[in-house]
Write a protein that binds this ligand. Structure first.
Ligand code: ZN
Length: 202
């Protein structure tokens, strides 16, 4: 699976001069929702991810996604695995399981995101699932931003990865970009103006 090509072809991998949510600058920006714009692409990616998870032998009862970013990826992954698909969402800043969704005691849960950066939302989802009696046995994402260590990659997790090291993390590939502080950005020094991709046409 050439995940970089799939993202590029979907228009989900942008090249330019961008302001990341951290405030740092980068030549690249992942617009992950774009890769799920074509349901056929979403299905293909989820099937590939499901294959890796199956090959690991880890049993999954249910996929849980943190809203909003993880919902489509989680739903497609659940379909590919033949299991239930739930999502957790924020209410007044706190992650909750709502809408009549229920978790059984000891239910084996995979937390799914479209992309894992440091894994903050995935960890918040794990906390609420654990409180409700579920057992988080794996994390999954279509893409890994390179801070956390996915199953099959050689690198080590960076210090800002929030995922617990004892739980497997599956993803189809790594996107490791150089990031620059605004004061130390060569593109800024050349007079280029960084943009926030979400507000390009605003
Ligand atoms: Zn810059």
């Amino acid at each position: 699976m050439d995940i970089e090509k799939v993202y590029k072809d979907s228009g989900a991998l942008l090249e330019g001069h961008f302001i990341l949510s951290s405030g740092n600058h980068s030549r690249f920006y992942l617009q992950s929702a774009k890769v799920l714009e074509q349901p056929q692409t979403a299905e293909m990616l989820a099937k590939a991810l499901a294959e890796e998870i199956r090959a690991s032998g880890i049993h999954i009862d249910t996929v849980v996604a943190p809203a909003l970013g993880g919902i489509l990826a989680g739903y497609e992954l659940a379909r590919a695995l033949g299991v239930r698909s739930l999502f957790v969402e924020r209410k007044e800043g706190k992650m909750e399981l709502r809408r009549g969704f229920e978790i059984s005691q000891g239910e084996k849960i995979l937390i799914c995101e479209d992309i894992i950066t440091t894994g903050g939302s995935a960890m918040e989802a794990m906390e609420i699932i654990t409180q409700l009696g579920g057992e988080v046995v794996a994390f999954g994402a279509l893409a890994n931003r390179g801070f956390c260590k996915r199953v099959g990659s050689q690198g080590e997790a960076k210090s800002n990865c929030k995922l617990p090291c004892g739980v497997s993390f599956f993803a189809l590939g790594d996107f490791e970009f150089e990031i620059y502080s605004p004061e130390d950005c060569s593109m800024c020094k050349e007079g280029s103006i960084a943009i926030k991709p979400g507000s390009r046409n605003a």
